[in-house]
Design a protein around this ligand. Structure first.
Ligand code: MTE
Ligand code: MO
Length: 476
């Protein structure tokens, strides 16, 4: 009974804390705990293991957060079951100090104490000295307890379901959006099918209010700026098609998409703020605490954009509303979403993923992928005229040739390239193929001028995956 009450208290405290997190942005201890855990998960060896077990996407994070939820609710239940209010509250406070600011720890300690006492008083059958109304019978109490316990379970269950829901599941694996037998697509990924990667569990991604949002430009600048969303209209508009890929995308993987973006040039913004002599690095900060950095020389080049629109619509919250960075030639990790601060600095502050072992420059590797036939169902009909199709990508450098083999590398044939409309966009390619019955080892490799795609297969960590995308196609 004591443990059930403690558990109900723990659930109440969690729900209350979550609401305060949503409304007031107060630190949420389970999330802090999760943050501490993702630091651990970012360690290269553990990261590889998690990806091996859970694949890409949210699986690993959901597993980690489930662990945190169990630890958090279980821990509080144990504390509240073993000790009475004040002592339990004190322990929560002391433990809380380890991973939240002191006032949050204090708040949770006091709240746990008061809630635990309140739940105890509420659920304990007792006769008051002076009763105005008749005391509810014991059975009534038991019903209340049962109802409350069930309610608590429903709330916890509902809350956790909401947390763990993964609306993107299934969709991103169709990143190629090439339908077998159909002509090559226009090449732009619809926003709903855009790949999604975040350091945060999706429900905890920032949901920025455009009305109160501002971009602060400071540090070693002559004129510090604070820009509202409306102020951004003052910059010369730029529209650009650009492909983005995650550095953790495996060989032939889905974490790459192509979109049409609108925004303005970072160089114009920096000109307006005025760069001071000692500045050597540009530091980004985002609403979720994500950070990145760029040497100032690269930051001053004309091709870096700050964008507010994807495929003709304002950025969705998921993809960076209200403003995100685009740096041609670099993997997604160099390009923060939800940016809030730009600071010019004399010293470098390595970014969020760089501190966890990922590439400092995150320059895109020369790569190519076969989309048709699809690796997940590599079956074709004998004698039917068909195609092998896919994409090749090398950041801001051109793809000049793509070669395909169907015999495991003995002979190679040049594919036809569909020239991209602008730089920094993937290059779709296709090769007509009418195979006889049999089993084929199909592979692809791309060229950029003299440079050939690396043959040696390497994991994504730390510099991005390399190797030829290949699989067996069965024709019958
Ligand atoms: N603020 C912030 N920006 C971020 C990230 C993040 O976790 N937080 N993840 C980065 C990574 S690793 C990638 S691959 C891209 C993914 O952008 P997308 O989900 O819109 O495709 O965002 C980058 N920008
Ligand atoms: Mo990424």
């Amino acid at each position: 009974m004591r443990f059930l009450r403690a558990w109900i208290t723990a659930v109440l405290l969690s729900v209350l804390g979550y609401l305060l997190f949503l409304w007031l942005g107060l630190a949420y201890p389970p999330l802090r705990l999760f943050g501490a855990m993702t630091q651990l998960l970012g360690v290269p060896k553990i990261f590889q293991l998690v990806h091996a077990v859970f694949g890409l996407g949210q699986g690993g994070k959901i597993f980690a957060f489930s662990g945190v939820a169990v630890l958090w609710l279980g821990g509080l239940t144990l504390l509240g079951g073993l000790w009475r209010g004040r002592i339990a509250g004190l322990i929560v406070f002391v433990l809380g100090l380890a991973f939240t600011p002191w006032y949050i720890a204090l708040g949770y300690g006091v709240a746990f104490w008061l809630l635990l006492d309140a739940v105890n008083v509420w659920l304990t059958p007792r006769v008051r000295a002076v009763t105005v109304r008749p005391v509810p019978p014991d059975t009534g109490r038991r019903t209340t307890t049962l109802a409350l316990a069930t309610g608590g379970a429903v709330v916890a269950g509902g809350g956790l379901t909401a947390l763990f829901r993964d609306p993107g599941a299934g969709a991103p694996t169709q990143a190629a959006s090439i339908v077998p037998g159909q002509p090559l697509p226009f090449g732009v990924t619809p926003t709903s099918q855009w790949y999604y990667v975040s350091k945060n569990l999706e429900p905890f991604d920032p949901n920025v209010d455009g009305k109160t949002w501002s971009l602060k430009v400071g540090g070693l600048v002559r004129t510090p700026l604070t820009l509202s969303l409306a102020d951004l209209k003052g910059f010369a508009p730029v529209t650009e098609e650009l492909t983005l890929s995650c550095i953790s995308n495996p060989l032939g993987g889905p974490l790459i998409s192509n979109g049409i973006w609108e925004g303005f040039r970072l160089s114009e913004l920096l000109k307006k703020a005025g760069v001071q002599g000692g500045a050597k690095y540009l530091l980004w900060e985002a609403a979720d605490g994500y950070t990145e950095s760029l040497p100032l020389g690269r930051a001053l080049e004309d091709d870096i954009l700050l964008v507010h629109t994807l495929n003709g619509q304002p950025l969705t919250p998921k993809h960076g509303y209200p403003l995100r960075v685009l740096i041609p030639g670099r993997y997604g990790m160099k390009q923060p979403r939800w940016i809030t601060n730009i600071t010019l600095s004399a010293t470098d502050v390595p970014g969020y993923w760089v501190r966890r072992g990922w590439s400092k420059t995150a320059l895109v590797e020369l790569t190519s992928r076969i989309d048709q036939p699809a690796e997940i169902s590599p079956i074709m009909k004998a004698g039917a005229p068909g195609f092998i199709r896919g994409i090749a990508f090398y950041g801001d450098q051109p793809i000049t040739k793509v070669e395909v083999t169907t015999d495991g590398g003995k002979t190679w044939q040049a594919a036809r390239l569909i020239a991209p409309r602008s730089k920094s966009v993937w290059t779709p390619w296709e090769l007509p193929w009418t195979p006889a019955a049999g089993s084929y080892d199909v592979q692809v490799r791309a060229y950029s001028g003299e440079k050939v795609q690396k043959k040696v297969e390497s994991d994504a960590l730390p510099e991005g995956a390399t190797g030829y995308h290949h699989f067996i196609v069965n024709v019958s």
